[in-house]
Design a protein around this ligand. Structure first.
Ligand code: UT7
Length: 323
């Protein structure tokens, strides 16, 4: 018997306010046509005034709990992937814990920017496989609208707010790649690339800062690194790209998503795509796409999923799981 972290539930939350590309045409030298053609983004959601990352995360967590038929008291741990926590501390995860009315267990944040959800899944898997927790809520939640430079057309049209959650549960498997649950993970980072994507402020510099990105340079790293990490994770699981039912990629740019699928030799029919409706929601984009993919009938129990992401750091990685 092998202890596996199996998806028991999934859910998401998007703030009410929808911002179409045309919104930016009055304040910036940009067009709906440019944004669609270069990124695939058509619209994104922005959190309301006063609505915080832990609010979004709590909604998504409740949706995942309802989907699993469980309550917060059934959970041992909460891991929130975010770079836009409500406060410097405590963690967004402990705020979610309180908002869910959960009085036991433990909660913490993971910060790996757009790769955050892949890192969080990998950490939650380790907690479950090592026997430290039986059920873990893994949440990706962001309010990137709070760290935009609204005068910078190269960044502010790209990002949105939202949250997604996956409930992982310990189950026994046979120890083969036919098992349900997380089969392999692959994490990477290279801090030499920190200037390609960062926020130019922080606690230690006593500023809040806004997002800065050398977009086309990040783009160049993205396709090669994403295809490589996905293939490494598949290899660790004893599988190949031909075994994959769905790629659930980080949703930053449709051209990166297409390029990665092509490099892996997989058609776009095997890719869950939500970038057109959500924009880039950083650590929230993968669980959002998983939840949408399940809700619209694409992802079914037993399907082999490979999920991959890259972001600030640079940090990147992939997880292979059987749904
Ligand atoms: O999630 C974390 C990881 N992040 C990513 O994966 C993002 C990766 N990068 C990208 O998605 C793309 O590089 C962008 C969407 C950011 C930019 O697309 P691009 O095709 O790489 O464009 P570019 O940066 O090479 O810029 C081409 C032109 C430039 O004008 P000039 O210098 O050729 O005159 C830009 O100033 O497009 C211009 N441009 C715009 N034009 C209209 C940049 N942003 C805009 C805009 N509207 N919003």
């Amino acid at each position: 018997m092998t202890r596996r972290a199996v998806v028991r539930g999934v859910g998401h939350y998007l703030p009410e306010k929808v911002i179409e590309n045309s919104h930016f045409e009055s304040t910036l030298e940009t067009t709906d046509e440019w944004i669609r053609a270069r990124t695939g983004i058509e619209r994104r959601h922005f959190a309301a005034e006063g609505e915080t990352t832990s609010d979004l995360a709590t909604h998504a967590a409740n949706a995942a709990l309802a989907h699993a038929g469980l309550t917060a008291e059934d959970i041992d741990a909460i891991v929130v992937a975010t770079s836009t926590a409500d406060l410097t501390f405590p963690s967004a995860a402990t705020m979610v814990q309180a908002k869910l009315g959960m009085t036991r267990g433990f909660a913490f944040d993971v910060q790996a920017v757009c790769a955050g959800f892949v890192y969080a899944l990998s950490n939650a898997n380790a907690l479950i496989v090592s026997g430290q927790a039986d059920r873990v809520l893994v949440i990706g939640a962001e309010t990137f609208s709070r760290i935009m430079d609204w005068t910078d057309r190269t960044t502010c049209v790209l990002f949105g707010d939202g949250a997604g959650a996956v409930l992982l549960e310990a189950q026994d498997g046979a120890g083969t790649s036919a098992d349900r649950g997380i089969l392999a993970t692959d994490l990477n980072s290279d801090g030499r690339f920190k200037d390609l994507l960062y926020v130019d402020g922080g606690v230690s510099t006593q500023t809040t800062g806004v997002l800065r990105m050398e977009g086309n340079q990040v783009f160049r790293h993205a396709v090669a690194k994403l295809a490589a990490t996905a293939e490494t994770a598949l290899d660790k699981a004893g599988l190949t790209a031909s075994d994959v039912d769905w790629i659930v990629p980080h949703q930053a740019n449709i051209r990166i998503i297409q390029g990665t699928a092509k490099k892996m030799g997989l058609p776009m029919e095997k890719v869950v795509v939500t970038v057109q409706d959500h924009g880039n929601t950083s650590a929230a984009s993968i669980p959002l796409a998983m939840s949408v993919g399940v809700a619209n009938g694409q992802i079914k129990p037993g399907d082999l999923i490979v999920t991959e992401a890259i972001g600030g750091g640079l940090a990147w990685g992939a997880v292979v799981l059987r749904w």
